[in-house]
Design a protein around this ligand. Sequence first.
Ligand SMILES: NC(=O)c1ccc[n+]([C@@H]2O[C@H](COP(=O)([O-])OP(=O)(O)OC[C@H]3O[C@@H](n4cnc5c(N)ncnc54)[C@H](O)[C@@H]3O)[C@@H](O)[C@H]2O)c1
Length: 261
Amino acid sequence: MTLRGKNAVVTGGAGGIGLQVARQLLVAGAARVAIIDIQDNLEEFVKLRAAHPTQSVMIIKMDVANKKGVEATYEEIKKTFGSIDIVVNVAGIFNDKDVQRTLLVNLGGIMNSSLSALQYMSKENGGNGGIVVNMSSVVGLDPMFIIPVYGATKAGIINFTRCLGNDKFYQRSGIRFATVCPGATMTDMFTNFTEKIIFPETSDETYKILDRLSKQSATDVARCILSVLEKEKNGAVYVIEGKRIIPIDMKPYWTGKEQAL
Ligand SMILES: NC(=O)c1ccc[n+]([C@@H]2O[C@H](COP(=O)([O-])OP(=O)(O)OC[C@H]3O[C@@H](n4cnc5c(N)ncnc54)[C@H](O)[C@@H]3O)[C@@H](O)[C@H]2O)c1
């Protein structure tokens, strides 16, 4: 898929990886980019608009955990843009002490936005189809014992996105779904880390583990997400590490499953 001239939605686009995805989509020639975020980042939004005066940047302040609000937001974007071709769902939080909120934002938010994207992009409803990329994490693939709540939401995102990435859906909707799992990335997400973990007795060990991790930049992760969009591989799961996308072979374990399922 060429990104030039396309209309895109980025959740969590006010900061961190999401802001870099929005910026790079504009640099790649996307015609219109809508940013859905619970926060404002006026300074960055002004810069984005100034750098891309002939492209459209729409900002919508919305909590992705709010299902009705997300649906209404998609309706507004579709009305304004005419069509939606690309969705990158990046919004997420880390706070293992708040289980409910972590589930509602990380897993619920991805579900709300993906299902709204299906409704507003599907060829069955007069859309053009397109691609949705959902943000998981390497800890959604490999358990990291210090962050079980966050990790569980990220594992859930992989399964949810792989279900929607079934070709049976694609044949009807024309929408492809892929998952990205970045490794540690330098953003604000893990600030005050030890205040947000549920096993404080692991905090010394945690700091050592975090220090040892090699961390990539949000810009590099965003660049990799753009190449995932261009690849358009339905149902694919990629690790993003060291400026590379690494396709993951998700092996089947359920031997009793019928082929048709
Ligand atoms: N930083 C990492 O090491 C890392 C690694 C793998 C995956 N991720 C994932 O990447 C995504 C982005 O993280 P980041 O590191 O850029 O963090 P970040 O905190 O810098 O950015 C997250 C963005 O999401 C927005 N957001 C949070 N809750 C929201 C809500 N309820 N509704 C709408 N927007 C909301 C925030 O306002 C912010 O702009 C997250 O899903 C995170 O889990 C991060």
